[in-house]
Design a protein around this ligand. Structure first.
Ligand code: AMP
Ligand code: ZN
Length: 110
């Protein structure tokens, strides 16, 4: 938990947010400023600053983020049409919130 971190506050319920999916380790919610018809964030509850801060201990959560993203794509009906999964890393990579999160975007018109 990082006191100044918006996603940590979402994780503990301090900022009320609708979760599309949640378990003990991660949460999924819609991006507040979507860049595509479907724009979800898949976020570990543990505070990890960025991809640069991942350690050996994070192997499991990292693979779970991707596995959950795959299931969320199915639930949002974009599996077949296709989608993008990405991490923005540090300021130059477009990262604005310094708590690891995986973007899932898709649902563009054919
Ligand atoms: P990034 O640029 O990779 O750090 O992405 C941060 C994303 O978080 C942006 O796309 C924001 O629109 C999104 N965001 C910021 N605050 C919230 C919030 N309270 N609920 C949902 N999404 C948020
Ligand atoms: Zn955090």
């Amino acid at each position: 938990m990082n006191d100044d971190c918006i996603f940590c506050k979402i994780a503990i319920g301090e900022i009320p947010t609708d979760f599309l999916y949640e378990n003990e380790r991660l949460m999924v919610f819609r991006d507040i400023n979507p860049h595509a018809p479907v724009h979800l964030l898949i976020v570990p509850k543990k505070h990890i600053r960025s991809v640069n801060d991942l350690t050996e201990a994070d192997h499991e959560i990292l693979s779970e983020l991707i596995m959950v993203a795959k299931e969320m794509a199915k639930a949002e009906s974009v599996s077949e049409s296709g989608y993008r999964l990405f991490f923005n890393v540090e300021r130059g990579g477009g990262q604005v919130i310094f708590h690891l999160h995986l973007h899932l975007i898709g649902g563009w018109k054919k």
